[in-house]
Design a protein around this ligand. Structure first.
Ligand SMILES: [Zn+2]
Length: 274
């Protein structure tokens, strides 16, 4: 990928699909990159919404669960993705940032044996991670992002950051805390920052499993085990968050052929390895 004429261009030289939206402002000199989830049904419905004048909202990119990218606003124009927001003394981040929306149902509530989004769709267990938002007070379900989607988001972020000299990746929940929860706990923010900027202080500490260790959807043995099965002894992990004696971890590399595995393990069975 690369950026050309403020459009994202694929490796085959073709710009990504472009759907113009009236929801945009003036010239933009981006300093920040802001990550979002759509809290929508699918990428197409989100694109339709973000290109409707009455939505009064947009983003520069929408990335589908299959990794397909649609651009709505050129990177040198203001998109309306942040709303009331502030960061590092800057107010109104729309004027200073590029916004990427990831197709994702967002926060999910358990209703009986199903996980449901605000718009009513149900999601299977294997698409759900249980976690407490760092600004929240209880564990709820979060629609996971797909590996294809995260790979494309990382690559797009990398070329945008290089093209515009951006020095910070933020979540909507960083710049509008209390008002916004996206991209939420299912988005691997610490590994993303480490991969994009490589600053030591952004590196999540590395741990290794000391036994073959169950990995679960939530912090506690009452939460279901992930289908990928126990992590073999010596599996390398990044710890993203702590909840009592439980740790939300991101598995380095592959486990059983699956990448970007995230879940909860008991902290007694991992040790620092860096
Ligand atoms: Zn958002």
């Amino acid at each position: 990928m690369k950026v050309e004429n403020h459009r994202l261009v694929l490796d085959n030289g073709e710009p990504v699909r472009f759907e113009a939206t009236p929801n945009q402002g003036g010239a933009l000199k981006p300093r920040f990159l802001v990550m979002h989830y759509t809290a929508g049904r699918d990428a197409e419905s989100s694109i339709r919404w973000l290109t409707r004048p009455d939505a009064r909202a947009s983003a520069h990119l929408v990335i589908g669960r299959d990794g397909a990218v649609t651009q709505l606003v050129p990177f040198d124009r203001v998109a309306w993705h942040a709303g009331p927001s502030r960061w590092d003394g800057v107010r109104g981040l729309n004027q200073h940032s590029i916004g990427i929306e990831l197709d994702n149902a967002g926060l999910l509530e358990r209703k009986g044996d199903r996980w449901r989004a605000w718009f009513g769709n149900a999601y299977p267990e294997e698409e759900v991670m249980e976690a407490r938002h760092r600004h929240g007070d209880r564990v709820c379900g979060w629609h996971i992002f797909t590996p294809e989607q995260l790979d494309v988001a990382l690559e797009a972020s990398r070329v945008i950051i290089q093209a515009y000299g951006i020095s910070e990746l933020l979540g909507h929940d960083d710049i509008s805390p209390g008002r916004k929860l996206d991209p939420g706990p299912a988005f691997p923010m610490a590994p993303f920052r480490a991969k994009l900027f490589g600053r030591a202080e952004d590196e999540a500490p590395t741990y290794a499993t000391t036994v073959n260790l169950n990995i679960r959807r939530g912090p506690g043995t009452h939460h279901e085990r992930l289908e990928v099965g126990p992590l073999p002894q010596g599996t390398l992990l990044e710890v993203l968050r702590e909840d009592g004696s439980w740790r939300l971890v991101n598995v380095r590399g592959e486990v059983q052929g699956q990448r970007d595995v995230q879940g909860w393990v008991h902290g007694d069975y991992i040790r620092r390895s860096d």
